[in-house]
Design a protein around this ligand. Structure first.
Ligand code: 26Q
Length: 829
């Protein structure tokens, strides 16, 4: 544009805060060190430099941020709002450098200042605002939304304490508070002017207004204020910079104690304290007693703030309320935000006087729901007394939605009382509860599962009645992961080799990796491929040594299972295999055994005793096996502590083998499986979640399949699963269980692992022993394939080559086309 002043020639340098050259970066880093950190170079700590650098990068994002908002408003663009209780975004600095394309100039600028970029990258605290897959998926989707230039806002909660840090003491998990905000967060922009009030508790009163209309007034026990805290989200080499808007709760000072009698006074003070703690801490999943009042309050709090913000933005655009579904779509990430169905109705009816039918039409056309689990114990429900006391007005509305909905069901399926009972928003078996999955489904125009198998099972089981009633509302969108973070940032060696071989178009069009298949048998290329993997394994080996003191040989097969610890994910099946190998070595010390390094990582929910025991078992096995002279270093077992996004960066690229061994039908999708595949790991896995599609893409020959299918699992359970029958015929399994029970891995204590062994032998809903034999057999095939490095490398190359489908860019395109009806908007600077 030649009508703009040429700032460069005017001031003889690149403009402050936006210049992307080495000189500008260097100058602004020092500027920020002085102006924002109040430090001068000679006394600055590495953390000061990190902050100065982060602010320098953030400055470069702000012009993009402003241009992005401006363009969306000017174009009347429809915006995708992703509602999620979790966003596990990981460290921001490296990712933003890549997206802005200034990694090498920044490295050079730091070099000139005598600083090392990698050292500064290592300083960043990651925001642990999620438990695992679901939270990380939301973060990958934000990355893709910006990269694909889709107008989008992520809405969630600014937890002061994210997921706990995990330490391992005496083999046990110990939870340590995550204090990620202690040293300040340079990426966050607080917006005290963007704040909303949220009512909680109290009761409702009805009245007839002057126009003779029935009105309900919610008289809350207390009110909480939600303040917006924004994190800018860059796209890869585009100008789009969207927003992740997280709500922080604050107490409202002026709540009126006069309203309360003496008895309620203490309650009111208590509730005030509660309101300040609303956004304090992230709840771990898999907690047996997760039905906490505070959790429901958190969900309602962030949903209400987000919907109020959408309505504010709609008004700002000068649009009438009826246009909400044309200007915004709100995707509910699991049922955690599903109170949105009732809250949007409340905002429309109580606060904007929209009639019920119009409000319902707007609500349904605005909302959509993604389900992430089939496990009955993980389906969210809330007891009526709790719901009533915290959200009285919303319960009224839920009753009304339910009554109208059940009338519709009765018309469609006359006389089918069993169906009515199953579909009702209220579960009447035992103490009555609100069913959030039913609420989310009824209040949405689209419902989707997260992998083909999962979506199919969803329609056949958990949401069957709904799929029969509204088949057109059901979709599948198979999950995806961002190649920017999990390939380019985590595996720069491989990224460079791919660029050199294919050009760099794969970075935003991962399908282009397919062309790699021509090189699968190319010996020179294979050698380079192996070289990259070898370097990555050495990096991981160094990190392992650092974190655990264990020394591993990077020429061994790196066999990795990282994910939350859960019985359905069956880390203990993997452990049983290790014990089996160990026993083979003890029986026959000269056995020609493929050297393997087993790496585990993942957190267990603090209240999930069996998951914590599995961690103890892995560490017990490591303690014995790693130092036993009979093993001669051929087996190493590592529990890598505190698995998180930051260390995931170097774990996935170092894997030869990816363990995806959940009981078929239990893992909705899995996303770690995709990160491993992209980085050239082969998978050993069951036909579960996205493994099915991974195998389809990779080809049967390049995937190690074992185990019962989802149908077979159900059949075995229907017939009455008898674990003992699998032990009777299997000497190795028998001995492995014996050894664990004997105290061999617990310093002689026979009690420690008893609950685990007893469970496997007598209860185990996840059929570990039923799949053991085939798992061991397939692991044997893995070892055989490893013996032939050319064959292995070929399979590794093909896995990366065929991983294109699992880019989150593909997934986001599908959401845009099938569900959101949103198109990209280009941002010019
Ligand atoms: C619910 C109520 C109270 C407290 C906590 C929770 C809670 C929090 C987080 C329940 C579940 C979660 C997280 C679930 C999750 O991560 N699910 C995973 O989602 C991935 C993305 O779709 C899938 O790939 C995984 O298969 C699925 O397990």
């Amino acid at each position: 544009m030649n009508d703009k002043p040429d700032l460069n020639s005017m001031i003889g340098a690149e403009p402050a805060r936006s210049g992307l050259g080495v000189e500008a970066l260097k100058r602004d880093i020092v500027d920020n060190l002085i102006c924002l950190q109040a430090r001068y170079p000679e006394i600055a700590t590495p953390h000061d430099w990190y902050m100065a650098l982060a602010y320098t990068v953030r400055d470069r994002m702000m012009t993009r941020r402003v241009a992005t908002t401006h363009t969306y408003v000017a174009r009347d663009a429809k915006v995708a709002c992703y509602l999620s209780a979790e966003f596990l975004i990981g460290p921001q600095l490296g990712n933003n450098l890549i997206n802005l394309g200034i990694e090498s100039s920044t490295r050079a600028a730091l070099d000139a200042l005598g600083l090392d970029l990698d050292a500064l990258l290592a300083i960043e605290e990651e925001p642990g605002l999620g438990n695992g897959g679901l939270g990380r998926l939301a973060a990958c989707y934000l990355d893709s939304l910006s990269t694909l230039e889709i107008p989008a806002i992520g809405y969630g909660i600014r937890y002061e304490f994210g997921i706990f840090d995990q330490e391992i003491r005496e083999g046990w998990q110990v939870e340590v508070t995550d204090k990620w905000l202690q040293k300040g967060n340079p990426w966050e922009i607080q917006r005290p002017d963007v704040a909303f009030y949220v009512k909680l508790g109290g009761h409702t009163e009805s009245e007839t207004d002057v126009q003779g209309r029935y009105r309900v007034r919610w008289v809350p026990a207390y009110t909480v204020k939600g303040v917006a805290c924004d994190t800018p989200i860059t796209g890869y080499r585009v100008n789009t910079c969207n927003t992740l808007r997280l709500w922080k709760s604050e107490a409202v000072e002026s709540f009126d104690l006069q309203d309360f009698n003496a008895g309620d006074y203490y309650e009111a003070v208590h509730e005030k304290v509660q309101s300040e703690t609303l956004s304090k801490v992230l709840y771990p999943n898999d907690e047996p007693e997760a039905g906490k009042r505070l959790r429901l309050a958190q969900q309602y709090f962030f949903v209400s703030c987000s919907l109020q913000d959408m309505l504010r933005l709609l008004a700002l655009k000068g649009e009438p309320i009826a246009r909400l579904p044309d200007m915004f779509t709100a995707q509910m990430n699991d049922t955690h935000p599903s109170i949105a169905v009732a809250e949007l109705m409340r905002l429309l009816i109580d606060e904007r006087q929209v009639p019920w039918d119009a409000a319902w039409d707007i609500t349904r056309r605005t909302l959509a729901y993604t389900n992430h689990t089939l496990l009955p114990e993980a389906l969210e429900t809330w007891g009526l007394p709790l719901f009533q006391s915290l959200l009285p007005r919303l319960l009224d509305i839920i009753y009304e939605i339910n009554s109208r909905f059940l009338d519709e069901v009765r018309r469609r399926f006359p006389g089918d009382d069993a169906r009515l009972a199953r579909m009702s928003l209220i579960d009447e078996h035992g103490a009555r509860r609100v069913r959030m999955a039913n609420l989310a489904t009824i209040g949405s125009h689209a419902v989707n599962g997260v992998a083909a198998l999962h979506s199919k099972l969803l329609e056949e089981t958990v949401l069957r009645d709904f799929a029969q009633m509204w088949p057109e509302r059901f979709h599948n969108v198979t999950n995806g992961v961002t190649p920017r973070r999990f390939l380019m940032l985590g595996n720069p060696g491989l990224a460079a080799l791919l660029d050199e071989t294919l050009g760099d178009a794969w970075r935003t069009d991962l399908g282009k990796l397919r062309a790699l298949d021509q090189y699968a048998d190319d010996v020179a290329f294979q050698d380079r491929w192996r070289g990259v993997k070898q370097d990555n394994k050495q990096t991981l080996a160094a990190q392992i040594r650092n974190a655990t003191g264990i020394i591993v040989d990077s020429s061994a097969l790196f066999d990795i299972q990282v994910k939350r610890i859960h019985e359905y994910k069956r880390q203990h099946l993997n452990a049983l295999y290790i014990v089996t190998l160990y026993q083979r070595l003890r029986r026959d010390p000269e056995l020609a055994l493929t050297p393997r390094c087993f790496v585990f990582g993942g957190k267990a929910a603090p209240g999930y005793a069996m998951a914590k025991l599995i961690i103890r078992l892995i560490n017990g096995i490591a303690e014995v096996v790693n130092d036993d002279p009979v093993v001669k270093g051929r087996l190493k077992v590592v529990f890598f502590p505190d698995f998180n996004v930051k260390n995931a960066h170097f774990i996935y690229p170092a894997a030869d083998l990816s363990e995806q061994i959940s009981t078929a039908g239990k893992e909705a999708s899995g996303t770690g499986n995709m990160k491993f595949m992209m980085n050239g790991a082969l998978t050993i896995g069951t036909l579960d979640g996205a493994n099915v599609e991974i195998r389809e893409e990779a080809g049967d020959d390049n995937f190690f399949l074992f185990g019962l299918s989802a149908d077979e699992v159900e059949r075995v359970k229907g017939d009455g699963y008898r674990p003992a029958s699998f032990v009777d015929g299997n000497q190795e399994l028998h001995e492995a269980l014996e050894m664990i029970g004997s105290g061999h891995f617990s310093r002689g204590d026979r009690d420690v692992f008893r609950p685990l062994v007893e469970n496997l032998l007598h209860a185990d809903p996840f059929l570990v022993l039923a799949d053991y034999a085939e798992y061991v057999a397939r692991q044997h095939d893995v070892s055989a394939a490893w013996q032939d490095p050319r064959r292995w490398t070929r399979m590794s190359i093909l896995n990366t080559a065929y991983s294109g489908k699992f880019s989150s860019d593909r997934a986001i395109r599908e959401y845009c086309e099938q569900i959101w009806k949103i198109a990209p908007v280009k941002i010019a600077l």
